[in-house]
Design a protein. Sequence first.
Length: 297
Amino acid sequence: MIERQHLKIISAIHKHGTMTEAAKSLFVTQSALSHSMKKLEASFSLPLWQKEGRTLVLTQAGKSLVGLSQRVLPQFEHTEAQLRRMAEGKQGILRIGMECHPCFEWLLKVVAPFLKAFPDVDVDVRRAFSFGGLQALHGYDIDLLLTPDPLHVDAISYTGVLDYEQVLVMHNEHPLADCDYIKPKQLANEVVITYPVETNRLDIFAGFLTPAGASVKQHRTIETTEIILQMVAAGRGVTALPKWLVDEAKESDVLTYKPLGEKGLQKTLYLGHRKEVDPIGFVDEFISLAKATVLPK
């Protein structure tokens, strides 16, 4: 009784708030939209929304239908996109969401052999995820989620693909460059440069400074790894990055790094994927390639 068009309509009303704007967004007439939803309301003898001035406010039944639309519509769109690509002679597209800002260079080392092994498959990497990545994976907006901080839910599995050490990076003439390792209190007078991420998701804070009750002189944020490294190379501050990334950086001749704590700060990068059988046929292959990718020592 509930049809896909009903879900699209209720989703549009939830987004736009008025019948007129919802109809415009769906390229249908307002009367057609209203007629379709009245039939659905009559089927269940339940109103789906009520008017408050010019705005439509969803009832509990309407909100329930919106929840269904948010789960189901992305799956329709995902499958249709796959079918269209199959019709074009291509196997499909692998969509990867990233929650690891500095891991793009590592990901390229996996994407290159994957594209060679699967010439009929395209790869789309989406870097605009904070912790919405898990929701995007669950809702079929992406097929894989690259993250160092997995949130475990029943429908999602995580595979560890890279172990690495997070280190403090500084100019090689920085006073801390002579230390064997960094203690939290030693950063009290430092400008620490990080990505624009909440501090409770930054390893240098969540896994090093905060547990020790330590703080820094100033916390600055910059979006790109390249600029962060250039700022550190210019002596404008220190940062925390994966050791392998610093080794490969073009600024490495003027940079040095030290362990965060006596034992260092060890991390693992994971690929999250839905537990269902791989419907597109190459998610498992990408994960296998990722696990086999070895960084130079």
